[in-house]
Design a protein around this ligand. Sequence first.
Ligand code: 2M8
Length: 442
Amino acid sequence: MRTSLGPVQLAASAAWTLSGNDIGTMITAAPRLYPHMWSWDTAFISIGLAHLSAARAAQELRTLLSAQWRNGMIPHIVFSEGAGYFPGPERWGAAELNPDAPNAPRTSGICQPPVHAIALRRIVDIARSQGERAVAYDLLTFAWPRLYRWHEWLVRHRDPLATGMLAIVHGWESGMDNSPRWDLPYSEVFPGPDLPPYVRLDRGLVAEDAERPSDVEYDRYLWLIEEMRKVRYDADAVVRDSSFLVGDVFVTALFALASEVLATLGEESDQPAWQIKQLRGWARRSRAAVATSYDPLTGLARDRDLRGDRWLSTSTIAGFAPLLCGGLPVGEEKSQLAMLCGPDWAGHPGLFAAIPPSVSPNDVGFRPREYWRGPVWPVIAWLFGWAFEEHGWKSEAEHLRTECLRLAADGSFAEYYHPLTGEPLGSRQQSWTATVVLDWLH
Ligand code: 2M8
């Protein structure tokens, strides 16, 4: 039978998970599968930490920001001294090839979704509510200019059509690595004969191979790194030459949302008015780009394949991006919300808990155990819940929270869950699952 922990035990167990993943220099994304710091994981991790200690949360975010590249990019992985993950720092060779990459700590050469300002907002609010005003003030002063530079980097280097739709150069940048969103663009990535050999380390760390991407997918992931190495991670050359270049509607929506949040934090902390204005302008443009991608036929927003010059209409959770950042006309917005809560998604009668899975159970591509091809990801539900709160959709936000807590009550803090049975999948003791549970419990 499935364990079901009460709120006090669940909170204690989440806190215990975070402290178990604390290796002294950082909190890793997960104990075995991910023994390093991942950019967007760390944003979420700091939120959970803030409930335990605002100062510790601030330190975690500072550790991530200390690895920011000189050009402003926040790298997707900050490597710990520990090994056990492939591709590690040697395979990336970022610091050897690009003078903007720090020598220490070592990092990867790509980025991840820009959720950091949302985390900063949450940490600052939690710290203030705990009376830790100095911690909140110091963190805001430290992080704000760095996050501004990060957003500026995205606008400067990742908006190739100048429409506000931000592009990614690797599926890993989306955070939804093997989502069917990327199948079409990846089908045109052809690993060359000079792809250096490699050994995957992830396979043995999950119960079944199918819970991880296939070898064919990994070849493409590694090939894109080779392409980037050839241009020494020069941001514009990567966008020019990479065989994978996709306008990511989910990243774009998060960017719009985070830019608004950062602008408001800037007003609260007397940051330069022109920068705040610029952030609001970026948010407006990206919101409009998300709205433009909306397909009235499916009711979902779309990614844009910039190499193939075509819309990508694959139906996944990312199609609800407009609900994160706003910008759709009221009628369309309402029908998106109804669709998300309806029988194709969170209201599907077969679900263990009423949370939208990464792919609809009614979709032909639905694979309930396969990573980003069907399972439920609590962290994604948290993002929608947070945005719903912001929009004033309180009952929808509360419903997501209650259902996610029911799912997570088994105390495994799995990386993702089988949407129909609630079975934990992927890694266990995943930090970002523990941290969103902690936040929901407060
Ligand atoms: C997963 O991605 C990494 C590569 O970045 C991997 O599979 O090795 C994704 O779920 C990603 O979104 C997440 O940040 C990372 C660590 O949790 O794992």
